[in-house]
Write a new protein. Sequence first.
Length: 444
Amino acid sequence: MATSGGAQGSRTINVNKWIDESKFNAFHTGLLLLCMFLIMFDGYDLFVYGAAVPTLLKLFNMSPARAGVIGSYALIGAAVGALVLGPLADKIGRKKTILVCAAIFSLATFVTGTTSTATTFGLCRFIAGLGIGGSLPNVVALASEYAPQRNRALTVATIMSGMVLGGIVAAGLSIWLFPLFGWRSVFYAGAIPLLFLPLHMKYLPEAPVQLIKTNKLKELRSILARVRPQEALPADAIFEINRGGGKSPIVDLFREKRGVSTVLIWILYFMSMYMIYGLGVWLPKMMMNAGFPLSSGLWLMLVLNLGAFIASQIAGLAADRLGPKYTIVVCFLLTFASIALLSQTRNFYLLLILVALAGAGNNAGQNIAHSYASLYYPPTMRSTGMGFAFGLGRFGAIFGPAITGLLMSMHMSLYGSFMSLAVPGLVAAAVMMLIQDKYSFSRR
């Protein structure tokens, strides 16, 4: 029989409570690994471009401003993908959307390595961005729906740290492969997710709300049994789920007093992605402008992502125990301080520490924000809410590399360039404080 937390009477099972009160087990571990693998290639795609920029500047005879614009093509695609495919998943299912998007960005990244002009390179980047933008919000929404309540922030933070793990892989492969096989080889490696799609097709679960909507109750029963394997579901169980209300999800993002906080969440995502992508694309080149060789820039990029990966786990634990709001605020304040100080030293070891702190604060803050934002909305509009947060936030990812590249083309000082990437951290911290928790669906 189900426990009182999972059932109301002996036959009615509230799916939300059944999952919320579960304990982290093999099912959750498998879901975490499957999701983390996909997210890893979002980070890989971002940072492999940053690693290749110094080479591409010469290959395509580009200015830093043009390189910044081309770097934004994938991010424009990601914004479109998130805005279009996020809401679509609330209708056709998260799993199907995730699989299609993974195939798109894997193929497009591979083809990027075959291009010989800046135009075709940018087009392939845009198509890859479509797939990345569509998969990311749906992966977050799916993971949030199946994670136990007590481990939810840590679970989502760990999954999203796959993005910085992708940055680590991109930096490591670039250091190793560039001298041996050239820049194209690291884009060919972007096709690896295609090899694992059959595994995701078999083991990635569909969202509970979609299973109930399509009357796939046998599949839902099987999944819920794995969520709490030590407890038996009644043979005649009736499943119910807290769907939230409304038939127009985009409009509903602004209903029930969610409007102000919805806009603030969009601003938070914009500022965070501005910093992540601006620094991720231009850090190696900025370090070269400061007098360091390309290899030093790649090592700094590696440290940036190592710091982010480790900090995401620590921040996830802090958010589960102390609450996500103040954890996010502290992370973004740390980001501001560390980026602002990057231009003030030429000591390489001190730079390593500051870069690690910058990656730690920004990525950890963003990853905790994913868990926080996904649960702000009811399940029926969760992919829509996350899709718009990611989609509009991607405009920050677009402007970050483009504006930083423009400033470098204008020969702005290193201090000015770094400060343009630091100030959004202050804005993100302030915005987070203004979001109204009392209207969150998770507080009901």
